[in-house]
Write a protein that binds this ligand. Structure first.
Ligand SMILES: Cc1cc2nc3c(=O)[nH]c(=O)nc-3n(C[C@H](O)[C@H](O)[C@H](O)COP(=O)(O)OP(=O)(O)OC[C@H]3O[C@@H](n4cnc5c(N)ncnc54)[C@H](O)[C@@H]3O)c2cc1C
Length: 430
C-alpha cells in the first residue's frame, strides 16, 4: 500500500520549500543531490525515455544519461496487434537515435547491476560506474516465476511464452499460433491484480480470435483467469458475443480459472477443477517491480516501489525517482500512458528541485485503448489528482466507451487507438 499521508504531511508536501518537502517527510538531506545537474535514467521504455527527453527539453543544462541494454525497443502496446496479424514487429520497433542526436542524451547500451545510494553511483554490467545527482529508475516489471508451479523462465522461452515483454516472446507466441492446427485450443492465463496493462490479456484474446476466425475457425480460446472480474469487462464480453460468438470462454477464479500448475511436456494446466490440455498456452505470471528496484532496496513488502506522489521520488531512498510500472502510483494503472505521464512529472520535479524550488502538484492522466477487431475499439480514460490518500481517480472525469456505442463510435475508437500509438511513440522516442 502507498504510505498514507496525514493532511499535515500533505500540506507540507505542497506548500513548503524543498527542504520542507523532501526532508520533512522523508528524513534525509537533499543538499548533496542539488549541487550539480547530472541525471542518470535506468530503462529506455515508456517511463524512462519520456523522463530523459523531457528533462532535456525543460532544462538543457542538465546532463542526462540513459542506460538501456536494447538497441531496439519493441513496445508491448500494439504487440497484441502483431499476434492478430494487423501489425508487424517492425511497426512496434523504436530506436534511441533521435534521443541521442536531437536531444543530446548520452545513450549507454548496458545494464545497471547495482545502485550505491550513499555514493550516488550506478554500476554497469561492463564494469563502468556512472555518478548521478538524481537518478530515475524505470525498469518495468519482473515476474514472480514461482507463482505457478512448473512455470519458469526456460518454460516461457520454449513452450509457454508469457509475451508480457515485447520482442522475442511476441515472436514465439505468434509462431505458435501460426503453427497451430485448426480446432486447437489456445489458453490465456492472466494473473491477479496488480499487473502491467489490466486490459491487455482481453485485447489479446480478441485479436487472437480475430486471426483464428479468419484462418482456423474451429479453434477456441479459453481464458483461465486468477481474478473475479477484469478491466472493461462488459465492453469486452459484448464485443466477443458480436464478433466471435462461442469462440472465447472466460473462466473466473471461482469458475476454475486460477491456474496452480502447468506441465510444459504434456501442455496442460491444472486448476482446482482439474487438468486441461491446450495447443498454445500463454501464461502471464504474477508480477513485481523490475529486478534492479529490488536489488537497490527501493521496493516494500508489496513488491512495488513506494513514492512521493508529487515528484515520484522514492520514500525509501531520497534522490531516486521511481516511475512507470515499478512504482506504486495509487489508483493509476500500470500502463505505457501512465508511465509516460509519470516520466514527465518526475522530469518537471527534478528541474524544480535543482532550482531549489518545490515541485508543483501534478495532474495525471491515463487512457487505455483496446482493439477487438480492425474497426472495433473501446477505451477507458482516467484523470487523477493528489489527495491525502495519495493519487486518486477523479470519478466525474474520464470514463468508458458507452456500452451501447454504435458502429461509428467503435470505428472511431479504433482510429483513436492508432492515433494514440503514433503520438505516444513520437512523444517518447521521436
Ligand atoms: C500485451 C500488452 C499490451 C499493452 N498495451 C498497452 C496499451 O495499449 N497502452 C498502454 O498505455 N500500455 C500498454 N501496455 C503496458 C505498457 O507496456 C507498460 O505499462 C509500459 O511499458 C511501462 O513502462 P516502463 O517504463 O515502466 O517499463 P518498460 O516500458 O518495460 O521499460 C523498461 C525498460 O527498462 C530496461 N531495464 C530494466 N532493467 C534495467 C537495468 N537494470 N538496466 C538498464 N535498463 C534496464 C528494460 O530493458 C526496458 O527497456 C501493454 C502491455 C502489454 C504486456
Amino acid at each position: 500500500m502507498l504510505q498514507k499521508l496525514t493532511r499535515r504531511d500533505f500540506n507540507k508536501l505542497l506548500l513548503s520549500g524543498v527542504a520542507g518537502s523532501a526532508l520533512g517527510l522523508f528524513g534525509k538531506s537533499n543538499t548533496a543531490f542539488a549541487s550539480t545537474k547530472r541525471v542518470v535514467v535506468i530503462g529506455g521504455g515508456f517511463g524512462g525515455a519520456a523522463a530523459a527527453k523531457y528533462l532535456r527539453k525543460l532544462d538543457p543544462s542538465i546532463a542526462v544519461t540513459l542506460v538501456e541494454p536494447k538497441a531496439i525497443f519493441y513496445t508491448c502496446p500494439f504487440s497484441n496487434w502483431v499476434l492478430g496479424g494487423l501489425k508487424t514487429m517492425e511497426d512496434i520497433a523504436h530506436t534511441y537515435t533521435v534521443l541521442k542526436n536531437k536531444y543530446q542524451i548520452n545513450i549507454v547500451s548496458d545494464v545497471v547491476t547495482s545502485i550505491d545510494v550513499t555514493k550516488g553511483t550506478v554500476k554497469l554490467k561492463s564494469g563502468n560506474v556512472l555518478s548521478y545527482d538524481r537518478l530515475v529508475v524505470s525498469p518495468g516489471i519482473d515476474f514472480k516465476w514461482d507463482s505457478i508451479g512448473g512455470y519458469s523462465e526456460s518454460v516461457a522461452n520454449s513452450k509457454m511464452p508469457h509475451s508480457w515483454h515485447a520482442g522475442p516472446q511476441t515472436i514465439l507466441l505468434h509462431k505458435q499460433l501460426l503453427g497451430m492446427r485448426d480446432g486447437g485450443n489456445v489458453f490465456i492465463c492472466p494473473p491477479a491484480n496488480p499487473f502491467r496493462c489490466p486490459p491487455g490479456p482481453y485485447e489479446r484474446a480478441s485479436l487472437i480470435a480475430y486471426y483464428l476466425k479468419e484462418h482456423k475457425p474451429k479453434s477456441k480460446i479459453i481464458i483461465f483467469d486468477a481474478k473475479e472480474n477484469f478491466s472493461k469487462q462488459e465492453l469486452f464480453k459484448k464485443g466477443w458475443e458480436r464478433l466471435y460468438p462461442g469462440m472465447i470462454e472466460w473462466r473466473s477464479s471461482a469458475m476454475g480459472g486460477k491456474v496452480s500448475r502447468v506441465d510444459a511436456g504434456a501442455m496442460t494446466v491444472t486448476t482446482e477443477f482439474g487438468v486441461e490440455k491446450g495447443d498454445v498456452i500463454n501464461v502471464i505470471p504474477a508480477q513485481k517491480a523490475g529486478k534492479i528496484a529490488f536489488d537497490a532496496g527501493l521496493t516494500d513488502a508489496t513488491g512495488w516501489c513506494p513514492i512521493n506522489p508529487v515528484s515520484f521520488e522514492s520514500t525509501i531512498h531520497p534522490g531516486i525517482h521511481v516511475i512507470g510500472d515499478a512504482s506504486f502510483a495509487g489508483a493509476m494503472p500500470k500502463s505505457g500512458f501512465a508511465a509516460s505521464s509519470q516520466g514527465k512529472v518526475a522530469a518537471a520535479a527534478i528541474v524544480r528541485l535543482f532550482q531549489g524550488k518545490v515541485p508543483a502538484a501534478p495532474s495525471l492522466v491515463n487512457t487505455c485503448y483496446s482493439l477487438l477487431a480492425p474497426k472495433y475499439g473501446i477505451s477507458v480514460a482516467g484523470v487523477y489528482k493528489l489527495t491525502v490518500e495519495g493519487i486518486v481517480e477523479i470519478k466525474e472525469a474520464g470514463g468508458l466507451t458507452p456500452i451501447n456505442a454504435d458502429d461509428d463510435q467503435l470505428r472511431e475508437e479504433a482510429l483513436f487507438a492508432e492515433g494514440w500509438y503514433k503520438n505516444i511513440s513520437l512523444d517518447t522516442w521521436g
